[in-house]
Design a protein around this ligand. Structure first.
Ligand code: URA
Length: 312
């Protein structure tokens, strides 16, 4: 948990933003401000919440798990038939109306289907099917968690990721790390992080539907190899491509629901949320992302995945 001393150190080092559990008092608030804000800290008690909505809130739960649940979690299969077998079918269908400029050569797609992790990395590194293959500095394949049964999918590398060859190391990566730390999740250990696109779109523009469809050959195989037990989909491109939704779907509408995504032979529960870079632009939406983290924590626990919170 964040205590005042640790929180001050974080602030002094400009490590942030600092994420607090909703029922935790901000350790940096002075006494006057605490008094002024007191009514805002009043929350729904577990007893008032509907039973189905609070699987994580038994009366004796530790403070870390006594969090208000988000909207009642509902398990949904991916909305349309076909989602399960072809995660990017939605993006591909949306591309029907545009002249495809990018498509994965059949030989590469076939090789990817049976590739092991390192072979797949080599195929992605050699890939030049779209111009990004030539404009990038590094192909950004994954940040692997040593013991990970949990996978996060983001959008595409930005400038810092392109420079380092590692996903989520820029500003949005710092926010993601802070979010994960609040749940006790350690990067490079507890979670593997992937992107929909493996190369940086020039100027950080949005991925195009045909690029998403082409690169999905790599993402799909990565998931098949990793066989995760829980997925966390961040941002429009991860959500729409893996849930087979139209590319302009609103993430807001997908939030609060547990989906199931087919990965090889199994259906994997998936929680959706806003992309961290959106949260940096719209900090007022962080409360919703916090609800999504709570749902993620519940989903992980149902899959038997728990994390120890480290205080140091
Ligand atoms: N945004 C993403 O979606 N992925 C990254 O790796 C970095 C920023």
């Amino acid at each position: 948990m964040l205590d005042t001393a640790r929180s001050r150190i974080w602030e002094a080092m400009q490590i942030g933003p600092q994420w607090l559990l909703r029922d935790t008092e901000d350790p940096l608030l002075d006494e006057m401000t605490k008094k002024r804000l007191a009514p805002a800290l009043v929350r729904e008690t577990p007893a008032q919440a509907p039973a189905a909505a609070r699987p994580f809130a038994p009366a004796s739960a530790s403070p870390a798990s006594r969090v208000a649940p988000p909207r009642t979690p509902v398990t949904h299969r991916a909305p349309r038939a076909g989602a399960a077998t072809h995660p990017t079918a939605g993006a591909a269908r949306a591309a029907d109306n545009v002249i495809p400029i990018v498509s994965m050569p059949e030989a590469t797609a076939a090789a990817a289907k049976t590739a092991d992790w390192e072979t797949l990395r080599g195929l992605a590194d050699a890939c030049r099917v779209c111009p990004m293959g030539s404009t990038r500095q590094h192909m950004v394949f994954a940040e692997e968690g040593r013991e990970a049964r949990f996978v996060i999918v983001g959008e595409a590398p930005g400038g810092e990721e392109d420079f380092q060859g590692i996903p989520f190391v820029g500003k949005s990566g710092q926010l993601l790390t802070a979010m994960l730390n609040v749940l006790g999740i350690e990067r490079r250990k507890d979670v593997t992080i992937l992107n929909v696109l493996k190369c940086r779109p020039p100027g950080n523009r949005n991925p195009k539907p045909d690029e998403v469809a082409a690169c999905s050959v790599f993402l799909r195989r990565q998931l098949e190899i990793l066989q995760p037990d829980v997925l966390f989909l961040m941002g429009r491109f991860a959500v729409t491509s893996l849930l087979n939704l139209p590319p302009d779907s609103s993430i807001g509408r997908t939030r609060g629901t547990i989906y199931e995504v087919r990965v090889g032979a199994k259906m994997v529960p998936a929680v959706t949320t806003y992309h961290p870079s959106y949260l940096l632009r719209r900090p007022e939406e962080k409360a919703k992302a916090w609800e999504d983290l709570v749902l993620l924590k519940q989903t992980l626990a149902r899959a038997g995945i728990t994390f120890e919170k480290k205080d140091a």
